[in-house]
Design a protein around this ligand. Structure first.
Ligand code: FES
Ligand SMILES: [Fe+2]
Length: 462
């Protein structure tokens, strides 16, 4: 990591900054990311429940690297480079058109010459091993990858000398732990290959400044001011809202403005459920639809919100789904979503979450692999089985609200190449996550650090 003295500090991001669009559009930059970024950071590579049984494995693909993650015992998950140490064949092939390989094995067998490895990566078969006259000892096993677990996710780091995961995730992990994200299970997960850089895709979701314009339908439910905060390597976003309400919940759910809050809550829930299929659950929708029968007209917004969440919590509890109770101070500080450096966003709450990630597609700066996944709490034994579903960037495949976000991506990618574009100028209050991301990214990449934005109109001289 490069620590450049010119780099702005975290607290300086309250001022307006700008930076070069190089990180999004340069082929050389995209190539340099492999060694400087992707092989240095902790990456979210899957969920623990994907390798629930001994022998279950998944792979994680990042540019030239592929990692096998496999459960070897009830208490042990291992990660290995997906390469046979003999002549370098990929050990496990990713099926064509699939996001990654997955399955269940007791051994990993190389299809080229038949070397074989157990679930701890130890070689247990080399045909004609005596031909090497003992020289293979100690160099015929799979090459391990650093792995740890947090939040129900499996994280890997390709740098053998990396810092521990929990140090890396600070302060996000501590503020998210009370939400018990490890107890949630996937409701749906989708991926696609999008026509933009992976940063463009993620930056479509790391601020609320775009909501009023990109998602105009939400304006009818009220408007709330969203903030973005730098949190070391990571960032988070949330909402300002009236003091007497649980700020983030109220604003995210847009309870409490002009309309009858019993009605607006129900309308927003139904709209969100039908058009985004994120950020809510069937229980929350059903409880919202009952508000007008359960509460008298004129009930203040704060009480509507409280009643709604309490009755949804009770409904879920009755079917064995227990929401964690989170200190309101932590709810306020944690906001509504975290941007975990470099490429993972967690939109958390006490009973469901929406996560995004994006990775480069080959070395093409104009393409990325984008992923979205929704999780929630389920009664034990009723968790749905899900798979990664390949989807085009359309409303049909992803729902209307997400397609609104997607509609900006390729256009941003194109626009940033314009000779007339001097660089992004994120809103210092609402889009600070983007500024902080590039501040951190530049420390890994050695270029592209945000600088103070110096205004003044640029006019063509006649
Ligand atoms: S490359 Fe795997 S056995 Fe030869
Ligand atoms: Fe959006």
């Amino acid at each position: 990591m490069n620590d450049n003295n010119n780099t702005l500090q975290e607290d300086e991001l309250e001022q307006a900054v700008t930076f070069s669009p190089e990180a999004y559009i340069s082929p050389e930059y995209a190539r340099a990311e492999r060694d400087r970024l992707w092989r240095k950071v902790w990456l979210q590579a899957g969920r623990v429940e994907e390798v629930a049984e001994v022998g279950q494995f998944i792979t994680y693909e990042i540019l030239d690297d592929s990692v096998i993650i496999v459960r070897s015992s009830e208490h042990q998950i291992n990660a290995f480079h997906n390469v046979c140490p003999h002549r370098g064949r990929r050990l496990v092939d990713v099926p064509a058109g699939k996001r990654n390989a997955s399955g269940k094995k007791q051994n990993f067998f190389c299809n080229y010459h038949g070397w074989r490895f157990d679930l701890n990566g130890d070689n247990n078969q080399i045909p004609l091993v005596e031909d090497w006259q003992g020289a293979l000892d100690g160099c015929s096993d799979l090459s391990p990858v650093k792995m740890d677990v947090w939040g129900g996710w499996i994280w890997i780091n390709l740098d053998p000398d990396c810092e521990p995961l929990l140090d890396y995730l600070a302060p996000a992990a501590a503020l998210l732990d009370p939400f018990q994200l490890q107890n949630m299970r996937c409701r749906w997960r989708k991926w696609g290959i999008f026509d933009c850089n992976w940063k463009v895709a993620l930056e479509a979701f790391n601020e609320t400044y775009h909501v009023q314009t990109t998602h105009p339908e939400f304006n009818q439910f009220g408007s709330f001011r969203g903030w973005g905060r730098a949190q070391g390597k990571h960032s988070n976003i949330g909402y300002d809202a009236p003091k007497d309400m649980d700020a983030n919940q109220a604003a995210k759910l847009r309870v409490g403005t002009e309309k009858d809050p019993r009605i607006s809550t129900a309308e927003l829930q139904v709209y969100t459920w039908e058009n985004a299929n994120t950020n809510t659950t069937q229980t929350l929708v059903d409880a919202a639809l009952r508000l007008k029968d359960e509460l008298p007209e004129g009930t203040p917004a704060g009480e509507v919100l409280q009643h709604w969440l309490q009755s949804a919590r009770a409904d879920d509890e009755a079917r064995g789904v227990v929401w964690p109770t989170v200190d309101p101070k932590v709810v306020g500080e944690s906001g509504t979503a975290w941007q975990i450096f470099p490429n993972f966003q967690i939109g958390h709450s006490v009973n469901n979450m929406l996560c995004y990630s994006a990775r480069p597609y080959k070395y093409d700066p104009d393409k990325c692999i984008f992923e979205g996944a929704v999780y929630q709490l389920f009664p034990k034994g009723e968790e749905p089985e899900t798979e990664w579903q390949y989807c085009e960037a359309t409303a049909e495949d992803w729902c209307y609200v997400l397609s609104q976000d997607f509609s900006n991506m390729a256009a941003v990618q194109q626009g940033m190449k314009s000779a007339g574009f001097s660089g992004p100028k994120p809103n210092p209050y609402m889009e600070r996550a983007t500024a902080n991301f590039h501040r951190n990214l530049a420390r890994y990449m050695g270029s592209g650090a945000p600088e103070k934005l110096k205004g003044g109109p640029k006019k063509l001289k006649g």
